[in-house]
Design a protein around this ligand. Sequence first.
Ligand SMILES: *Cc1c(COP(=O)(O)O)cnc(C)c1O
Length: 343
Amino acid sequence: MSAIQSLVRKSIQELKPYSSARDEFSGLADIYLDANESPYETNYNRYPDPHQKTLKAAIALEKGIQPNEIFIGNGSDEAIDLLIRAFCEPNQDSILITEPTYGMYSVCANINGVKISKVTLSETFEIQTDVIIKAIDESVKIIFLCSPNNPSGNLLNKEKIRELLSMYNGLVVIDEAYIDFAADPGFIPELKQFPRLAVLQTFSKAWGLAGLRIGMCFSSPEIISVLNKIKYPYNVNTISQQLCLTALQNKNDKELRVREIIKEREMLKEQLEKLPIVQKVYPTDANFLLVIFKNASDIFKSLSSSKIIVRDRSQVVLCDNCLRITVGTPKENYILLNTLKAL
Ligand SMILES: *Cc1c(COP(=O)(O)O)cnc(C)c1O
Protein backbone atom coordinates (compact mmCIF):
# COMPACT_ATOMS: atom_id res chain seq x y z
CA MET A 1 0.00 0.00 0.00
CA SER A 2 1.31 3.48 -0.86
CA ALA A 3 1.96 6.07 1.84
CA ILE A 4 -1.14 8.01 0.81
CA GLN A 5 -3.37 4.91 0.64
CA SER A 6 -2.39 4.02 4.19
CA LEU A 7 -3.67 7.43 5.38
CA VAL A 8 -7.15 6.71 3.99
CA ARG A 9 -9.80 5.43 6.43
CA LYS A 10 -10.13 1.67 6.28
CA SER A 11 -13.81 1.71 5.33
CA ILE A 12 -13.01 4.05 2.42
CA GLN A 13 -10.08 1.92 1.27
CA GLU A 14 -12.44 -1.05 1.14
CA LEU A 15 -15.37 0.86 -0.32
CA LYS A 16 -16.80 -0.28 -3.61
CA PRO A 17 -18.12 3.01 -5.03
CA TYR A 18 -21.52 3.42 -6.66
CA SER A 19 -21.25 2.84 -10.35
CA SER A 20 -23.64 5.08 -12.27
CA ALA A 21 -25.13 4.35 -15.68
CA ARG A 22 -22.74 6.92 -17.12
CA ASP A 23 -19.81 5.10 -15.49
CA GLU A 24 -20.72 1.83 -17.10
CA PHE A 25 -21.18 3.35 -20.53
CA SER A 26 -19.31 6.55 -21.33
CA GLY A 27 -19.15 6.47 -25.14
CA LEU A 28 -21.58 8.00 -27.61
CA ALA A 29 -24.76 6.12 -28.53
CA ASP A 30 -27.99 6.84 -30.40
CA ILE A 31 -30.45 5.66 -27.81
CA TYR A 32 -29.95 5.92 -24.05
CA LEU A 33 -32.22 3.60 -22.09
CA ASP A 34 -29.84 2.93 -19.23
CA ALA A 35 -30.49 5.61 -16.57
CA ASN A 36 -34.28 5.78 -16.26
CA GLU A 37 -34.22 9.39 -17.43
CA SER A 38 -37.13 10.90 -19.30
CA PRO A 39 -36.65 10.45 -23.06
CA TYR A 40 -38.34 13.81 -23.74
CA GLU A 41 -36.08 16.77 -24.36
CA THR A 42 -36.36 19.50 -21.68
CA ASN A 43 -32.71 20.63 -21.98
CA TYR A 44 -32.12 18.99 -18.60
CA ASN A 45 -33.67 15.54 -18.94
CA ARG A 46 -30.22 13.90 -18.91
CA TYR A 47 -27.99 13.47 -15.86
CA PRO A 48 -24.87 15.68 -15.80
CA ASP A 49 -21.42 14.30 -16.60
CA PRO A 50 -20.39 12.74 -13.27
CA HIS A 51 -16.70 13.29 -14.09
CA GLN A 52 -17.11 16.87 -15.39
CA LYS A 53 -14.70 16.05 -18.23
CA THR A 54 -15.19 19.19 -20.34
CA LEU A 55 -15.00 21.51 -17.35
CA LYS A 56 -11.94 19.73 -15.96
CA ALA A 57 -10.15 20.05 -19.30
CA ALA A 58 -10.76 23.81 -19.27
CA ILE A 59 -9.67 24.16 -15.63
CA ALA A 60 -6.56 22.05 -16.31
CA LEU A 61 -5.61 24.43 -19.11
CA GLU A 62 -6.28 27.49 -16.96
CA LYS A 63 -4.24 26.17 -14.01
CA GLY A 64 -1.46 24.42 -15.92
CA ILE A 65 -2.10 20.98 -14.41
CA GLN A 66 -3.61 17.63 -15.47
CA PRO A 67 -7.32 16.71 -15.21
CA ASN A 68 -6.45 13.83 -12.86
CA GLU A 69 -5.08 16.40 -10.40
CA ILE A 70 -8.49 18.12 -10.17
CA PHE A 71 -11.56 17.39 -8.06
CA ILE A 72 -14.65 19.53 -8.68
CA GLY A 73 -17.16 19.86 -5.87
CA ASN A 74 -20.44 21.50 -4.97
CA GLY A 75 -18.45 24.47 -3.62
CA SER A 76 -15.06 24.01 -2.01
CA ASP A 77 -17.07 23.24 1.12
CA GLU A 78 -17.76 19.82 -0.42
CA ALA A 79 -14.03 19.19 -0.81
CA ILE A 80 -13.43 20.17 2.84
CA ASP A 81 -16.08 17.69 3.98
CA LEU A 82 -14.85 14.88 1.72
CA LEU A 83 -11.21 15.31 2.75
CA ILE A 84 -12.19 14.98 6.41
CA ARG A 85 -14.47 12.01 5.72
CA ALA A 86 -11.84 10.22 3.64
CA PHE A 87 -8.88 10.65 5.96
CA CYS A 88 -10.21 11.04 9.54
CA GLU A 89 -11.62 8.12 11.52
CA PRO A 90 -14.59 9.38 13.60
CA ASN A 91 -14.05 9.42 17.39
CA GLN A 92 -10.36 8.79 16.87
CA ASP A 93 -8.59 11.15 14.46
CA SER A 94 -8.39 14.92 14.42
CA ILE A 95 -7.70 17.89 12.19
CA LEU A 96 -5.51 20.85 13.12
CA ILE A 97 -6.61 24.41 12.41
CA THR A 98 -4.84 27.73 12.94
CA GLU A 99 -7.17 30.33 14.46
CA PRO A 100 -8.63 32.71 13.53
CA THR A 101 -9.67 30.98 10.32
CA TYR A 102 -12.57 29.94 8.10
CA GLY A 103 -15.32 28.26 10.11
CA MET A 104 -16.16 25.33 7.83
CA TYR A 105 -13.13 23.20 8.77
CA SER A 106 -14.42 22.92 12.36
CA VAL A 107 -18.05 22.53 11.33
CA CYS A 108 -17.26 19.66 8.94
CA ALA A 109 -15.03 18.01 11.55
CA ASN A 110 -17.77 18.30 14.18
CA ILE A 111 -20.42 16.86 11.84
CA ASN A 112 -18.16 13.92 11.16
CA GLY A 113 -17.24 13.28 14.79
CA VAL A 114 -13.64 14.29 14.18
CA LYS A 115 -11.72 16.13 16.92
CA ILE A 116 -10.19 19.56 16.36
CA SER A 117 -6.77 20.59 17.53
CA LYS A 118 -6.49 24.40 17.59
CA VAL A 119 -3.40 26.58 17.54
CA THR A 120 -3.38 30.35 17.35
CA LEU A 121 -1.71 32.41 14.66
CA SER A 122 0.78 35.10 15.71
CA GLU A 123 -0.30 38.70 16.40
CA THR A 124 0.29 39.42 12.70
CA PHE A 125 -1.79 36.35 11.73
CA GLU A 126 1.27 34.37 10.63
CA ILE A 127 1.66 30.63 11.14
CA GLN A 128 4.19 29.55 13.75
CA THR A 129 5.68 26.29 12.53
CA ASP A 130 7.13 25.31 15.93
CA VAL A 131 3.75 25.80 17.66
CA ILE A 132 2.04 23.65 15.02
CA ILE A 133 4.67 20.90 15.17
CA LYS A 134 4.33 20.80 18.96
CA ALA A 135 0.54 20.45 18.69
CA ILE A 136 0.70 17.52 16.25
CA ASP A 137 0.18 14.06 17.70
CA GLU A 138 -0.65 10.67 16.15
CA SER A 139 -4.32 11.59 15.78
CA VAL A 140 -3.82 14.66 13.56
CA LYS A 141 -4.47 13.56 9.96
CA ILE A 142 -5.05 16.90 8.24
CA ILE A 143 -3.71 20.42 8.80
CA PHE A 144 -5.95 23.13 7.35
CA LEU A 145 -4.29 26.40 6.39
CA CYS A 146 -6.05 29.30 4.73
CA SER A 147 -3.99 31.64 2.54
CA PRO A 148 -4.93 34.45 2.09
CA ASN A 149 -6.48 33.84 5.48
CA ASN A 150 -10.11 34.51 6.26
CA PRO A 151 -10.84 36.71 8.30
CA SER A 152 -7.41 38.40 8.48
CA GLY A 153 -6.80 38.74 4.73
CA ASN A 154 -3.04 38.05 4.69
CA LEU A 155 -1.13 35.49 2.66
CA LEU A 156 0.70 33.06 4.94
CA ASN A 157 4.47 32.84 4.74
CA LYS A 158 5.26 30.28 2.01
CA GLU A 159 8.62 29.24 3.43
CA LYS A 160 6.93 28.33 6.71
CA ILE A 161 4.29 26.32 4.86
CA ARG A 162 7.03 24.47 2.94
CA GLU A 163 8.77 23.72 6.22
CA LEU A 164 5.55 22.22 7.56
CA LEU A 165 5.02 20.23 4.35
CA SER A 166 8.46 18.66 4.66
CA MET A 167 8.18 17.86 8.37
CA TYR A 168 4.63 16.51 8.61
CA ASN A 169 3.48 13.10 7.35
CA GLY A 170 -0.27 13.75 7.05
CA LEU A 171 -2.24 15.90 4.62
CA VAL A 172 -1.80 19.66 4.41
CA VAL A 173 -4.76 21.50 2.90
CA ILE A 174 -4.19 25.10 1.78
CA ASP A 175 -7.44 26.94 1.15
CA GLU A 176 -6.74 29.52 -1.55
CA ALA A 177 -10.29 30.86 -1.97
CA TYR A 178 -8.85 34.40 -2.30
CA ILE A 179 -5.63 33.70 -4.19
CA ASP A 180 -6.76 35.65 -7.31
CA PHE A 181 -6.64 38.86 -5.28
CA ALA A 182 -3.05 38.23 -4.14
CA ALA A 183 0.14 39.04 -6.02
CA ASP A 184 1.25 35.43 -5.67
CA PRO A 185 0.77 32.23 -7.70
CA GLY A 186 -0.09 30.18 -4.60
CA PHE A 187 0.85 26.53 -4.20
CA ILE A 188 -0.41 24.93 -7.43
CA PRO A 189 3.10 25.13 -8.97
CA GLU A 190 4.41 23.07 -6.02
CA LEU A 191 1.88 20.21 -6.10
CA LYS A 192 4.34 17.81 -7.75
CA GLN A 193 6.87 18.39 -4.99
CA PHE A 194 4.39 17.69 -2.20
CA PRO A 195 2.10 14.71 -2.93
CA ARG A 196 0.26 15.12 0.41
CA LEU A 197 -0.61 18.74 -0.33
CA ALA A 198 -4.15 19.67 -1.40
CA VAL A 199 -4.98 23.17 -2.65
CA LEU A 200 -8.57 24.43 -2.54
CA GLN A 201 -9.85 27.13 -4.85
CA THR A 202 -13.34 28.27 -5.76
CA PHE A 203 -15.45 30.01 -8.38
CA SER A 204 -17.32 31.80 -5.57
CA LYS A 205 -15.10 34.86 -5.08
CA ALA A 206 -12.94 36.31 -7.87
CA TRP A 207 -14.95 34.55 -10.58
CA GLY A 208 -18.18 36.00 -9.21
CA LEU A 209 -20.08 32.69 -9.37
CA ALA A 210 -20.96 31.94 -5.73
CA GLY A 211 -24.49 30.98 -6.80
CA LEU A 212 -23.26 28.16 -9.04
CA ARG A 213 -21.54 26.31 -6.17
CA ILE A 214 -18.34 25.18 -7.85
CA GLY A 215 -15.18 24.56 -5.87
CA MET A 216 -11.95 22.84 -6.78
CA CYS A 217 -9.40 20.70 -5.03
CA PHE A 218 -6.00 20.27 -6.67
CA SER A 219 -3.75 17.49 -5.45
CA SER A 220 -1.84 14.36 -6.43
CA PRO A 221 -3.86 11.92 -8.60
CA GLU A 222 -3.94 9.49 -5.68
CA ILE A 223 -5.70 11.92 -3.33
CA ILE A 224 -8.00 13.15 -6.11
CA SER A 225 -9.11 9.60 -6.88
CA VAL A 226 -10.05 9.09 -3.22
CA LEU A 227 -12.30 12.18 -3.35
CA ASN A 228 -13.86 11.05 -6.63
CA LYS A 229 -14.53 7.65 -5.14
CA ILE A 230 -16.65 9.02 -2.28
CA LYS A 231 -18.41 12.03 -3.84
CA TYR A 232 -22.09 11.89 -4.83
CA PRO A 233 -22.12 10.61 -8.41
CA TYR A 234 -23.76 13.74 -9.89
CA ASN A 235 -22.43 16.32 -7.45
CA VAL A 236 -22.18 19.24 -9.90
CA ASN A 237 -25.31 20.00 -11.90
CA THR A 238 -25.51 20.54 -15.66
CA ILE A 239 -26.25 24.29 -15.57
CA SER A 240 -23.37 25.01 -13.21
CA GLN A 241 -20.94 23.03 -15.37
CA GLN A 242 -22.07 24.89 -18.49
CA LEU A 243 -22.01 28.40 -17.00
CA CYS A 244 -18.66 27.78 -15.36
CA LEU A 245 -17.21 26.76 -18.71
CA THR A 246 -18.56 29.96 -20.26
CA ALA A 247 -16.92 32.00 -17.49
CA LEU A 248 -13.57 30.32 -18.17
CA GLN A 249 -13.91 31.14 -21.86
CA ASN A 250 -14.45 34.80 -20.88
CA LYS A 251 -11.68 34.95 -18.35
CA ASN A 252 -10.80 38.49 -19.35
CA ASP A 253 -14.03 39.71 -17.69
CA LYS A 254 -12.96 38.16 -14.43
CA GLU A 255 -9.52 39.71 -14.65
CA LEU A 256 -10.97 43.16 -15.22
CA ARG A 257 -13.22 42.78 -12.18
CA VAL A 258 -10.36 41.54 -10.01
CA ARG A 259 -8.24 44.54 -11.02
CA GLU A 260 -11.11 46.90 -10.18
CA ILE A 261 -11.62 45.25 -6.77
CA ILE A 262 -7.91 45.49 -5.95
CA LYS A 263 -7.90 49.18 -6.89
CA GLU A 264 -10.96 49.80 -4.70
CA ARG A 265 -9.42 47.77 -1.87
CA GLU A 266 -6.38 50.05 -1.78
CA MET A 267 -8.56 53.16 -1.90
CA LEU A 268 -10.81 51.82 0.86
CA LYS A 269 -7.83 50.98 3.08
CA GLU A 270 -6.36 54.46 2.66
CA GLN A 271 -9.67 56.20 3.38
CA LEU A 272 -10.56 53.99 6.35
CA GLU A 273 -7.19 54.70 7.93
CA LYS A 274 -8.04 58.42 7.95
CA LEU A 275 -11.18 57.94 10.05
CA PRO A 276 -10.89 58.73 13.77
CA ILE A 277 -13.15 55.75 14.66
CA VAL A 278 -10.70 53.37 12.97
CA GLN A 279 -7.77 52.08 14.97
CA LYS A 280 -6.11 49.87 12.41
CA VAL A 281 -6.66 48.38 8.98
CA TYR A 282 -4.74 45.13 8.60
CA PRO A 283 -2.76 44.52 5.40
CA THR A 284 -4.75 42.33 3.00
CA ASP A 285 -4.20 40.10 -0.02
CA ALA A 286 -7.91 39.32 -0.39
CA ASN A 287 -11.15 41.10 -1.41
CA PHE A 288 -11.90 42.19 2.15
CA LEU A 289 -10.37 44.22 4.95
CA LEU A 290 -10.12 43.38 8.63
CA VAL A 291 -10.54 46.65 10.50
CA ILE A 292 -10.11 47.41 14.22
CA PHE A 293 -12.62 50.04 15.37
CA LYS A 294 -12.75 51.86 18.69
CA ASN A 295 -16.08 50.17 19.37
CA ALA A 296 -16.88 47.55 16.75
CA SER A 297 -20.32 46.51 17.99
CA ASP A 298 -21.59 50.11 17.97
CA ILE A 299 -20.26 50.61 14.45
CA PHE A 300 -21.78 47.32 13.34
CA LYS A 301 -25.21 48.35 14.69
CA SER A 302 -25.02 51.82 13.12
CA LEU A 303 -24.07 50.39 9.75
CA SER A 304 -26.86 47.81 9.97
CA SER A 305 -29.43 50.52 10.70
CA SER A 306 -28.16 52.25 7.53
CA LYS A 307 -28.77 48.96 5.70
CA ILE A 308 -25.04 48.24 5.29
CA ILE A 309 -24.06 44.79 6.48
CA VAL A 310 -20.47 43.90 7.32
CA ARG A 311 -19.20 40.87 9.23
CA ASP A 312 -18.77 41.27 12.97
CA ARG A 313 -15.64 39.30 13.90
CA SER A 314 -15.16 40.94 17.29
CA GLN A 315 -15.83 37.69 19.19
CA VAL A 316 -13.12 35.81 17.28
CA VAL A 317 -9.61 35.06 18.64
CA LEU A 318 -7.14 37.91 17.95
CA CYS A 319 -9.97 39.98 16.44
CA ASP A 320 -11.17 42.16 19.36
CA ASN A 321 -13.22 45.06 18.00
CA CYS A 322 -12.75 43.85 14.42
CA LEU A 323 -15.20 44.07 11.56
CA ARG A 324 -14.53 42.31 8.27
CA ILE A 325 -15.53 44.45 5.33
CA THR A 326 -15.87 43.06 1.80
CA VAL A 327 -14.77 45.40 -1.00
CA GLY A 328 -17.87 46.45 -2.94
CA THR A 329 -18.45 48.42 -6.13
CA PRO A 330 -17.05 51.98 -6.20
CA LYS A 331 -20.53 53.29 -5.41
CA GLU A 332 -21.03 50.91 -2.49
CA ASN A 333 -17.61 51.76 -1.06
CA TYR A 334 -18.37 55.47 -1.37
CA ILE A 335 -21.64 55.08 0.55
CA LEU A 336 -19.88 52.97 3.21
CA LEU A 337 -17.17 55.59 3.72
CA ASN A 338 -19.69 58.45 3.89
CA THR A 339 -21.81 56.54 6.40
CA LEU A 340 -18.76 55.86 8.57
CA LYS A 341 -17.64 59.49 8.33
CA ALA A 342 -21.03 60.63 9.59
CA LEU A 343 -20.86 58.47 12.74
C1 LIG B 1 -15.65 31.84 0.68
C2 LIG B 1 -14.69 30.81 1.10
C3 LIG B 1 -14.71 29.55 0.51
C4 LIG B 1 -15.68 29.28 -0.59
O1 LIG B 1 -16.42 28.18 -0.42
P1 LIG B 1 -17.36 27.70 -1.61
O2 LIG B 1 -18.02 26.53 -0.96
O3 LIG B 1 -16.48 27.33 -2.76
O4 LIG B 1 -18.31 28.81 -1.93
C5 LIG B 1 -13.76 28.63 0.88
N1 LIG B 1 -12.82 28.92 1.79
C6 LIG B 1 -12.75 30.13 2.36
C7 LIG B 1 -11.68 30.45 3.31
C8 LIG B 1 -13.71 31.10 2.05
O5 LIG B 1 -13.65 32.29 2.64
